[in-house]
Design a protein around this ligand. Sequence first.
Ligand code: ARG
Length: 574
Amino acid sequence: MSDPVVLLADRFRHALVAAFGPEHAGVDPAIRPSTHADYQANVALGLAKALKRPPRDVASAIVSALDRGDAVAEVEIAGPGFINVTLTSSLLSRELARVAATEGAGLEHAAEPERVVIDYSSPNVAKEMHVGHLRSTVIGDALARVFEALGHTVLRQNHLGDWGTPFGMLLEHLTDGGADANGQSIADLNAFYQAARAKFDADPVFAERARQRVVKLQAGDESTLALWRTLVEASRHHFNALYRLLGVTLTDADIAGESLFNPMLPEVIAELEAKGQCVLDDGAKCVFVPGYVGRDDKPLPLIAQKQDGGYGYATTDLAAIRYRLATLRANRILYVVGAPQTQHLAMIRDAASQAGWLVPPARAEHVAFGSVLGADGKVLRTRAGANVKLVELLEEGVERAAAIVREKNPELTDEERSRIARAVGIGAIKYADLSSDRVKDYVFDWSRMLAFDGNTAPYLQYAYARICSILRRADESAPASAIAVSTPEERALALAVLAFPTVVVDVAASLAPHRLCGYLYALATTFSAFYERCPVLKAATPEERRSRLALSAVTAQVLARGLDLLGIEAPEKM
Ligand code: ARG
């Protein structure tokens, strides 16, 4: 425990029970940071209503029952019955020392670790990744890092679109003269996809060949599979290059594409049929889950097998959820997928419950997100109206950052500058995505995301580098005997630093990385206020100097750890 709010909440819960009886053990003491004191508990008013007693009386009963120990310095009842609490400086010093002494900046492992499947990135083979895949990749990776930091087992599942009907036309096009596409880069394959598509639409003979090819692929025909592997390999190469540039933790070991589930599809359908949950409808095998209706007001099915015997996206997702629960033994499944797939994923979840695969406390959640918009408020596209290629976007970010870094610090070596530009450019793009409420759309805006002020990656990276520079200049070898929390600015900074673990736990519960961004931004501005008012290098006494240096160092530790959880690098120099 390093966040004092946890300790305080605990003491308040005890006080509630002591004052009003065990039936109040579950009441949330509602303790929040406050401008009047360190924290304010807003519990007396609600309780007073339930107990039919005057709120201030209830508040004073709580205060009398509160065990202050060496933690609570002052308690005061304010207004209609708020309870303001000021902590002792010694408690804050002690907790800061604990954070400073540990690697994880105060994070602790969950008491009950879970096995968390995170389905993210999941691009499609033989198509270049575009900006639409950016959000899934960035948000999914941040969540993976957060869950791991809290001691959960994270099973990354990159659900590649590497199977299905489009491969018919792609493979036929490949045999047509594209056979030398071996080793071709995916940039060419993007054109390749469009050429195949055009032929498929224009030429009925080609279209028929493509359909036959799908049948061969499904049947496991060896020469067809060899062609298929060519395409998958080239795509994987492209994805991996992007993941490296982006600083994303996905590896080949995390690939669990649609093709993985192909052999399982017949048995999944057989099981659902045996349970009476997969029925013939218009010649197709369908799974109906209550509560979903189509445009025609008729019950909407998940199509498990089409009339022609083919399987689709839904079949694969049914097999995938079963595999994740039964084989991977997941307690929690997170689908980091765009909002347009909400209904599909809800139906998959409900079908899995109906089939008895998804049994509480295991749960499956859709971590939906909105679109990336251009300045015109429409989905981001190039001037020609095409999807923006992710690689080009990232490279532009790094270039723009290089220009800014050169201007800010001309003294850097070329090598330093390119490393910093990468961290800033990529960090800015990722942070802009993570810092906006994920369910909403956001406008992609270079000048805002690269600004050195406001809630941006460069601001936080700069704040971190500035503290590193202070620590370098201080050249202090003697450790502080303790971090003294004396001035209001020191106190505000101490409370901000200590709140870190609670914020990370909240991000894991709410699946809202933007809350971590908001916290880090507040921490950085709190540090600025401290640094303005409290001389560090020129502190009044050597002991005060050492104490303030140690407080600065622990702030830097939290900033870097927080950025790392978001997948953002924090260079020590900028
Ligand atoms: N490949 C899909 C797409 O690009 C996303 C897959 C998401 N995951 C899933 N299990 N359906 O839209």
